[in-house]
Design a protein around this ligand. Structure first.
Ligand code: TRP
Length: 333
């Protein structure tokens, strides 16, 4: 039997290059090797956005459209929405019972989220019971499908560790080997930084979206930080000190592109503005097919709805099998 992978993303709206390079590209590759379940974590989105749900539906739709555009294939992967598989919530209850409080309190990712929340307006700054349960719910997502691997970005690894601990504890308590211990599956792509050189993120306003058109992309690239010591085109450049543009070349350019850019920059033959215009053209060329596919799905929302409905129905069937076994193991009526 082929091994299973499960992974998800919170529904935070349109996705950016960081999502694409860090995670989605990996999924596109892995879906050919594993039985794959990819879901939009709308309950996880609710842990911090429970008081701002006006766009929740649209956000879910936008995430799925980005995935489809990037090459997640609904013919071979199961694409679903977490809340359309309510069995996950029931598993979350059983897992919550066996998870020691200090395991969730220790979760470093949760600590970071709490820090961000504290900087927000008072009404939304409380850490809710639901947010505390973030890693337990994630464990339910993963264990529901008894996945052996979880392809995620490095920031999620701590969560997967807790999932393994919870799976082991469940097996110990209920004297079973039913749950497998899932490993994180990282890709080897280096992290892409934002246009300002910091971590790329929607809330930092330094991202390029998969859905951005050519014009917007070019405008954004023109703001990318370069070599701060270089004032004139004829100044000799230092690609290794170029904070963003050259790093993007290394990600998006061919080996030849990178060699040309490096040598022209070092000799003062290439100005930063020209360099970034070329970089934008390169990126626009690479993303043209993805963006075209994206427009197609955006214009055919019924097709997207159908993919979500069918994927969720398929996920439920698998989830019900797991839950039946879990209820039996726990000893429920
Ligand atoms: N926490 C993940 C994120 O922020 C999303 C997520 C929820 C997830 N449940 C998961 C990822 C289960 C992998 C497996 O992107």
């Amino acid at each position: 039997m082929t091994e299973r992978i499960v992974s998800g993303m919170r529904s935070t709206g349109k996705l950016h290059f960081g999502h694409y390079l860090g995670v989605i590209q990996n999924w596109v590759k892995l879906q050919k090797e594993y039985e794959s379940f990819f879901f939009v974590a709308d309950w996880h989105a609710l842990t911090t956005k429970y008081d701002n749900t006006a766009n929740l539906r649209q956000d879910v739709f936008d995430v799925v459209v980005d995935w489809l555009a990037c090459g997640i294939d609904p013919e071979i992967s199961t694409i679903y929405v977490q809340s359309l598989v309510p069995e996950i919530a029931e598993l979350n209850i059983y897992l919550g019972m066996i998870t020691p409080q200090n395991w969730v309190e220790r979760d470093p990712t949760l600590k970071d989220m709490a820090k961000i929340l504290r900087t927000k307006e008072a009404a939304n700054s409380q850490i809710s019971y639901g947010l505390m349960g973030y890693p337990v719910l994630m464990s339910a997502d993963i264990m529901m499908f008894n996945a052996t691997a979880v392809p995620v970005g490095i920031d999620q690894v701590a969560h997967i560790e807790i999932t393994r601990d919870i799976a082991r504890r469940f097996n110990n308590i209920y004297k079973t080997d039913f749950f497998k211990e899932a490993k994180p599956l990282l890709n080897n792509c280096s992290l892409i930084c934002g246009l300002d050189g910091n971590k790329m993120g929607k809330s930092f306003g330094n991202d390029i979206k998969i859905s951005d058109n050519e014009e917007v992309t070019t405008k954004k690239i023109m703001t990318a930080i370069t070599d701060r010591t270089r004032l004139r085109k004829t100044d000799l450049g230092h690609p290794d000190q170029c904070e963003v543009a050259f790093k993007y070349w290394e990600i998006f350019g061919s080996v030849d592109d990178v060699a040309t850019v490096k040598s022209e920059c070092e000799q003062g033959l290439r100005g930063c503005a020209d360099c970034k215009r070329q970089l934008a053209a390169k990126i626009n060329e690479l993303f043209a097919p993805i963006r075209e596919k994206r427009r197609y799905y955006e214009n055919h929302p019924q097709e997207v709805e159908k993919i979500i409905k069918e994927g969720s129905a398929k996920a439920r069937i698998e989830a019900q099998k797991t839950l039946k076994e879990v209820r039996k193991l726990v000893g429920m009526y």
